[in-house]
Design a protein around this ligand. Structure first.
Ligand SMILES: Cc1cc2nc3c(=O)[nH]c(=O)nc-3n(C[C@H](O)[C@H](O)[C@H](O)COP(=O)(O)O)c2cc1C
Length: 612
């Protein structure tokens, strides 16, 4: 039992009932800069599930600091009503509710029309390509006052605390960074800005808990911590990452193969209580971080996005029932796409108002054909609803493409977590899993879900990335991987071939590599490929004669010397006909290949529809 994790923690004027925290995360469940009903339901589900503290997402202190059109407007008078609705849903469950106040400075995630970007000095930002104007002294004073005004509004709505983001190289950190603060006035001393902000917030909301979030891997981390300590705030929150660079941004929501509990070694001593967050997925690991003195509380943000009931299940001795976050980053991909928060392994996340728990029904016999993610999701849903469920998988193992990708470094941890979780949950739902060729009578059912997946799109007789992932490596010393630039299978194959000692070139037809892979995972793929010596030839595809031509200037060809070619040109659905006369639903890639998220969602919905 995780006894430290479930012990209360005093944090300035408030006490947390336990040490599990849902740290600030943008949900895009925001309309007109106000929380929507879905936002309220989303956070209520986490409070009901037993989390100790919810810090609401980065909330703008001034119109110039709205990161996107879905950012909460903390400076708007009507935010008080919005906060009150969230507080009324969250606090009765015993969960404390804070809000994070933020100004992005030169970081601008918004799409067009973009507002003018403002920063301490005019230094362009390489990731979002924002080119800021230097703030005037009066504007800086106005922003400081904005923090105070937002704190006042939060206090009047009954929130329990305020967190100032000094993390991720947003505005507060930009003031402190000598590369970004080139001012010649008094604000050249960047510590003035954070100190002024903390003073303004304390003065405006003296009864509220006050914390500061910082990136533990930032060169400014210790300065920020000591400024927060001198200002006598109530806690420090340790995150990772830097929004302004490709590589730094990976740390904000680090996907595997970044190791679990990545934050652990990067926290440092302080007399203030510390919340530490990043890649903590299991309660056991969180407990260990507390025992090792790395922190006094642990953020388990994606873990709670995947399963709002995690704290309750662990406290009640049911950790095996937790829906485990696999680190696929579908959640942050939705934020970057400007769409409502979703979770690939839990289709109820962000749909709390629409998709209820598996319904108790008359018991029927449901057969699910295909043991990839869509079939697994369908079988779990039907089993949890009380049906008699058989899951048929003709190959010798479950997991479909996710298991296949598990052969490569980019997919290994995701596959392991997904498959362990699937096996636990299938067994918890009493699903009869049958591997190998289906026998006579296996398809006798009251309802059938077809989830037969996909196959690689084939041209000529060349091997595919799937063959490489299945362990069939070509014999030659040098290999050309021809990648259409969508799903990650070509990147996985290139990495495996390089690890096997081959000289590898990957010709990518898209503008950026892996355009269907979330940018943080993609950036890590690129890092590993470059380090492995893989040559990347951008913007080239295979023509009908088997030559590489430039996708933008097709008259230009490229010559790549290679003994073998491996293709990664996308996928095609694997379709089968359903037996006549039985209600049937299809789910996932057999409808048209897409990602894990659609597979799990459609599997879940198909299991409900087939008996409706
Ligand atoms: C969808 C999403 C949005 C996020 N938005 C914020 C934010 O508004 N402010 C912030 O400080 N961190 C933000 N984060 C980072 C999280 O607070 C947390 O530090 C990160 O997810 C790593 O922790 P985890 O591994 O427990 O998820 C966001 C994370 C996600 C997944």
């Amino acid at each position: 039992m995780a006894h430290r994790l479930f012990s209360p923690l005093p944090l300035g004027p408030v006490e947390l009932r336990n040490r599990i925290v849902s740290t600030a995360h943008q949900t895009t469940l925001v309309h007109d800069h106000q929380p929507t009903d879905e936002f309220v339901a989303y956070h209520e589900a986490r409070a009901r599930g037993g989390v100790g503290l919810i810090v609401l997402e980065a909330t703008a202190v001034h119109p110039s600091g709205l990161l996107t059109s879905h950012t909460l407007g903390g400076y708007l008078p009507q935010i008080v009503d919005g906060y009150r609705r969230v507080a009324a849903a969250v606090q009765p469950h015993g969960t404390r509710l804070f809000v994070q106040l933020l100004h992005g400075g030169r970081e601008q995630i918004a799409g067009p029309p973009r507002a003018p970007a403002l920063a301490p000095s005019s230094v362009p930002s390489p990731r979002f390509h924002a080119e800021p104007r230097a703030l005037s002294g009066d504007e800086i004073e106005e922003l400081v006052a904005g923090y105070g005004r937002c704190a006042e509004l939060a206090a009047s709505a009954g929130l329990d605390g305020i967190e100032i983001s000094a993390a991720h190289r947003y505005l507060v950190e930009q003031f402190l960074d000598p590369e970004l603060n080139l001012r010649e006035d008094d604000w050249r001393d960047g510590s003035r800005f954070l100190s002024a902000v903390l003073d303004a917030v304390r003065a405006a909301a003296p009864g509220l808990c006050l914390g500061v979030r910082l990136s533990a891997d930032s060169p400014q981390a210790r300065t920020i911590a000591s400024l927060a300590e001198s200002a006598d705030v109530d806690y420090l929150s340790f995150a990772l990452g830097d929004s302004s660079t490709y590589l730094g941004s990976v740390g904000i929501v680090p996907p595997p193969p970044v190791e679990e509990a990545a934050i652990g070694p990067l926290t440092f001593e302080s007399h203030l209580p510390r919340i530490a967050t990043s890649r903590v997925v299991e309660a056991e690991r969180a407990e260990r971080m507390l025992a090792e003195g790395r922190a006094e509380a642990v953020g388990m943000t994606r873990a709670l996005i995947a399963d709002p009931e995690l704290p309750r299940k662990v406290r009640e001795g049911r950790p095996a029932q937790v829906v485990r976050c696999i680190g696929c980053n579908a959640c942050i991909a939705h934020y970057h796409a400007g769409t409502a928060l979703r979770c690939a392994v839990n289709p109820r996340t962000g749909r709390e108002l629409r998709l209820g728990p598996p319904a108790a029904v008359d018991r029927r016999r449901i057969v699910v054909v295909g043991g990839g993610p869509a079939g697994i999701a369908a079988a779990i849903e039907a089993g949890c609803a009380g049906h008699d469920v058989v899951l048929l998988e003709q190959s010798g193992r479950l997991g479909g493409q996710i298991a296949l990708a598990g052969a490569a470094p980019g997919g290994r941890d995701v596959a392991r977590s997904f498959l362990e979780d699937a096996e636990r949950r299938l067994s918890g739902a009493d699903v009869d899993v049958r591997l190998g060729a289906a026998g006579p009578g296996d398809l006798e059912a009251d309802g059938i879900v077809l989830a037969t997946g996909a196959a690689p799109y084939q041209r000529g007789n060349w091997p595919t990335a799937w063959d490489v992932l299945a362990g069939e490596l070509p014999d030659g010393r040098s290999v050309l991987v021809v990648d259409w630039g969508g799903d990650p299978s070509g990147l996985d194959a290139a990495e495996l071939l390089a690890a096997a000692g081959k000289r590898v070139t990957i010709a990518v037809a898209s503008v950026a590599v892996g355009e269907l892979v979330h940018q943080y995972r993609r950036n890590l793929y690129l890092q590993r490929l470059y380090r492995a010596g893989v040559q990347i030839l951008h913007h080239h595809e295979l023509d009908a004669e088997g030559r590489l031509r430039n996708v933008f200037a097709p008259e230009l060809a490229a010559d790549v010397e290679a003994d073998d070619i491996v293709l990664a040109l996308g996928r095609v659905p694997s379709e089968v006909d359903p037996p006549p006369g039985v209600p049937c639903e299809r789910a996932g890639d057999c409808l048209s290949p897409r990602s894990l998220e659609e597979a799990v969602l459609e599997g879940t919905l198909a299991a409900r529809a087939v008996v409706a």
